[in-house]
Design a protein around this ligand. Structure first.
Ligand SMILES: Cc1cc2nc3c(=O)[nH]c(=O)nc-3n(C[C@H](O)[C@H](O)[C@H](O)COP(=O)(O)OP(=O)(O)OC[C@H]3O[C@@H](n4cnc5c(N)ncnc54)[C@H](O)[C@@H]3O)c2cc1C
Length: 247
């Protein structure tokens, strides 16, 4: 499970930190094999990168003490460099207790994966959820999907405990095929999906012995989070309706 707190920013930017520390305390108390996932803008990246980093380090310190991990979501491409810089500094202080997110739609992602893998930083690979210009990202779905498969194979070969985050059945089948062909043990990677999406595929993966981590949003700002996900990709509204019917 990945707990992803949806909280409103307040002037001090300390509220998200307190809420995520509390979530980690509850994870420890319940002895859950769970992580927390955060967005750096929620931690004040636009306001004070120094305060943002201090808050993230406090969270990573707590996660390391309980053998959990923090996962740092990737936002739009304006934030990629700044996000990876903080990921690197968290890795310097708490090696192995931070996971980065890489988006397959960005042209730069192969280089970023090679940099992260060379430092032993675990990566969650997703397609990417923001509207990006053609100057930085593939625009056509077939191109994004092809790059996803290429990067997924790179991560499975060179990455440290990569997470394959997708509900795309074609991609999941390609992952399964590649994993069997290359005889990659199920303990060397995990699948990740959003809570409630493609439950049929989730159950199937678990029944085959694969590890699956679910991303669960929580907190008091769930409505803006929900609206943002819809706004990022209006097609999500259709996905949502289809999945409600399927469920
Ligand atoms: C665990 C996890 C963490 C993520 N973290 C990030 C992140 O940090 N940064 C970022 O930019 N993006 C993130 N994403 C979102 C990701 O980039 C994609 O936008 C999203 O997962 C849809 O891509 P897909 O691979 O599922 O394939 P798609 O081809 O988009 O979808 C395949 C099928 O999955 C189903 N589906 C997909 N999404 C939804 C949905 N929202 N509601 C209902 N059904 C759906 C539909 O049946 C669809 O046909 C994350 C996704 C996951 C699963």
């Amino acid at each position: 499970m990945i707990i992803s707190g949806k909280t409103c920013l307040r002037s001090t930017r300390r509220r998200p930190r307190a809420i995520h520390l509390a979530a980690l305390a509850q994870i420890a108390a319940a002895q859950l094999p769970a992580t927390v996932s955060i967005k750096l803008t929620q931690f004040g990246l636009d306001v004070s990168p120094e305060a943002c980093e201090a808050n993230v380090l406090a969270l990573a310190e707590r996660a390391a003490a309980m053998q959990s991990r923090i996962e740092i979501d990737m936002e739009s491409s304006d934030y990629t460099d700044r996000t990876l810089a903080i990921v690197n500094r968290v890795q310097d202080r708490f090696p192995g207790y931070v996971r980065a997110v890489i988006q397959a739609y960005l042209y730069r992602s192969e280089n970023d994966i090679r940099m992260l893998s060379s430092r032993g930083i675990p990566v969650r690979l997703c397609k990417g959820a923001y509207h990006e210009p053609a100057a930085v990202a593939f625009e056509r779905k077939p191109d994004v999907d092809a790059n996803y498969v290429k990067l997924m194979k790179l991560l499975l070969a060179e990455g440290n405990c990569p997470a394959i985050a997708s509900h795309d059945e074609n991609i999941v089948r390609e992952a399964e095929r590649h994993i069997r062909e290359q005889k990659i043990g199920a303990e060397r990677f995990e699948f990740q999906m959003l809570y409630g999406i493609r439950r049929d595929l989730q159950r199937e993966l678990v029944s085959q012995g694969f590890r699956l981590r679910l991303y669960v949003p929580y907190g008091d700002a769930w409505y803006p989070y929900f609206m943002r996900r819809l706004a990022e990709r209006p097609a999500n509204l259709i996905f949502l309706a289809k999945n409600l019917v399927r469920s």
